[in-house]
Design a protein. Sequence first.
Length: 475
Amino acid sequence: MPLHRGAHPDRDEPSEERRRLALNPFYGAADPAAAMTTAPPTHRLPDGPLPPLTAYRLVHDELMLDGNSRLNLATFVTTWMEPQAGVLMSECRDKNMIDKDEYPRTAELERRCVAMLAELWNAPDPAAVVGCSTTGSSEACMLAGLALKRRWAKRNADRYPATARPNLVMGVNVQVCWEKFCAFWEVEARQVPMEGGRFHLDPQAAAELCDENTIGVVGVLGSTFDGSYEPVADLCATLDALQERTGLDIPVHVDGASGAMVAPFLDPDVEWDFRLPRVSSINTSGHKYGLVYPGVGWALWRSAEELPEELVFRVNYLGGDMPTFALNFSRPGAQVVAQYYTFLRLGHDGYRAVQQASRDVARGLARAVEELGDFQLLTRGDELPVFAFTTNEDVHAYDVFDVSRRLRERGWLVPAYTFPANRQDLSVLRVVCRNGFSSDLAALLVEDLTLLLPELRSQRHPLSHDRSAPTAFHH
C-alpha cells in the first residue's frame, strides 16, 4: 500500500466557486433547483450527510479518470471475473474471515482451498500441510519469512540475538515485499546480482552467500522483471551439496506469486514444489494467475514442523478457539469464497485451458513485437505469460520510456524500467498477459505500436534525459 500525506489546504481544497460548479444540479435531488448548490469538501469531513445517489455520482465521476484496468499490461492482478463470482463476493463481503465460529462454512472453504493447493503442489503428505489465506503474496511472504527466522532463532538460541544477525539469500530480482520483510524484521538481505544474460538468481552464487546465520533462500517461480522461472531444482541440489560439505541445512521458500498457479498446469514436469525435500514453504497470489480479484493470497508449509507453534495465536473472544497466523485480523471472506468458486468452476483442465490461452497470446504478441524490427526480446512468454523487450542497439532516436509514454496516450499501460545490479544499463518494457487479454486486444496493441513507430523514429533523440531514474509512470 503506497504512503500518502494529508491535505495541503492551499492546494487540495477547491474554492467555493469551483465547488459550486462541481455539483451537477441533477445530483442534488429530484428538483434541480433544490437547496444543495455546492459539492462537499474533498479533504475534510463534510458538515452533514449527502443523499446516497449524490455521493455515488461524485465518486463515480472522479474515478472515470483512472486507467482502464483491462488495458493495464503492467499489473499481474486479475482484472476480470465472471458475473457469478461477483455475486458471490457481494454476498460475502460482510463476513469477517477471521470469525470462523460465526462463519464456519466460509472457514471450511478456506480449508478446502489449502487442501487443493497442497495436492496441486505435490505435497508428499497433503494432510500434513498447514496453510492459510492472506491478503496477497506480500503478506504470505512476510509470514513465510517470519517462520524461517523463528526456526533459525530456535536453532541458534545460544547466539541470537546477542551475537548473531540472521540473513536471507535471494536474487536481486525479487519482488519488493522481500526487501520490506528484511527491513521490517531486521534481517540482512543478501542479494545475488544479475550478470550478462542471466536476469535472476544463480544457484551457485546463492550458495556462496549462505552461512550459519542464513535463515533460508528464496527462489522465485516467475520473476516480475521478465517472467522467467528461477531454477528451483538446481538451487535445491546446490544447497544439498553445500550441506554435504559444511553441514549447513538451508531451507528454501518458493515465491510462487504468479508461477505457482501456472507451472502445475502448463509445466507439470518442472520440479519446483514440495517434490523437492528442501522446499519448506510456498506462497502464491490467488489474485494473480489464481484468477481472483485483488485481496487474496496463500501460504503453505510442508508440515507443522516448518511453522513454529509460537507464531500461531489463538483467540476466543469471537466465540470459539481460533488459531490465526496473519499480519492483520479482520478482512472480508469474499475473496476466499471467490477462490473456491474458481477452483470449483475450472478444475484442473479449466485452469490449464485458461493459462495456456494466456501463454499463447503472450508468445504470439512477443513474436509480433519482434517482427516490427526495432525491438529485441529478453523473454518470449514461454514460462509466465509475460515477456520483456528492449530496443535494438541500432535504435537511437527513442528509448523504451518514450514507447511507454506514447502507448499510454492511447490507453495502454506498458511499464518501462531499468534492471537492478549489475544490469542497470538495461532498460526494458514488460507485457503481462492475463485472462481476459485476448488475441484481438494483442492485435490492437501491435497496431497502435506500429502506428507510433514512424513518429518515434523521427525524433532527434530520446526524450528521457535523467538516466539515473527514468520512468514512464508518475503515480
